[in-house]
Design a protein around this ligand. Structure first.
Ligand code: AP5
Length: 214
């Protein structure tokens, strides 16, 4: 299956894409994770991306295009869920062109709907494992007790002012892609509120009903 998981910062894209990978064998391709790993390793890409990410701005299209296309090719053009790509009209057009050229169009774009106040609550209470990148939430999904506290850190773009900017950037540049995919009959909206398992069940249900009606 070829999917995009779509939604604002904090909607649960990474959490749900991770579950699709663990439980359904659909590989999670997260441009955010790839960029953060490049920053940690201080590669040229990481150095270029750092200032954009820390300001809550988008990294230039051309840089992420290459990452996303390489990751899709590595998966043999199938069984992937794109988390955080595409994010601009240019990226969406490139993705359509790239997948069409390989005769592997998207099956669906799952859009997670979550109100803004809940997004802010989720992002400000998110923590990550410094080594593994595993994501936690201090209230809903706390780190296991045997994990060293020093390894549980806050993402550099989860500061309140950066969160606000990321939400604005999402509204201006990324949210319009919902109509791009709706026009192509690919958009499926899922209520992203409630527990992590509840949201996962909703996603599986809409994907199954879409597969049956195809
Ligand atoms: P990226 O890493 O993609 O960040 P994002 O889109 O802002 O999304 P997040 O990772 O913040 O949130 P999420 O929706 O994955 O939520 P999560 O599952 O973690 O990108 C970071 C930056 O990289 C961008 O700002 C940009 O600079 C750059 N970038 C990346 N891709 C790019 C591209 N294509 N073009 C240009 N630039 C790009 O959940 C959030 C929290 O909520 C967690 O703590 C989680 O445990 C908790 N949670 C999840 N689900 C629930 C639930 N149902 N109930 C309660 N808590 C929940």
């Amino acid at each position: 299956m070829r999917l995009v998981i779509f939604g604002p910062p904090g909607a649960g894209k990474g959490t749900q894409a991770g579950l699709l990978e663990q439980r359904r064998g659909i590989t999670q391709v997260s441009t955010g994770d790839i960029l953060r790993a490049a920053m940690d390793q201080e590669t040229e890409l990481g150095r270029k991306a750092k200032s954009y990410i820390e300001a809550g701005e988008l990294v230039p299209d051309a840089l992420v295009r290459q990452l996303a296309e390489q990751a899709i090719a590595d998966e043999g053009y199938d069984d992937f869920v794109l988390d955080g790509y595409p994010r601009t009209e240019q990226q969406a057009a490139w993705l359509t062109e790239f997948l069409t050229a390989h005769d592997t169009p998207l099956n669906a774009v799952v859009s997670l709907d979550v109100p803004d106040d809940e997004l802010v609550r989720r992002l400000s209470r998110r923590r990550v494992h410094a080594d593994t990148g595993e994501t936690y939430h201090l209230d809903h999904d706390p780190p296991p007790e045997d994990v060293d506290d020093d390894l549980i850190v806050q993402r550099s773009d989860d500061k309140p002012e950066t969160i606000r900017n990321r939400l604005n950037v999402y509204r201006d540049e990324t949210a319009p892609l919902a109509s791009y995919y709706e026009d192509r009959g690919l958009l499926v909206s899922v209520d992203g509120t409630g527990g992590i398992e509840e949201v996962f069940e909703r996603i599986v249900e809409v994907l199954e009903s879409r597969a049956h009606s195809a």
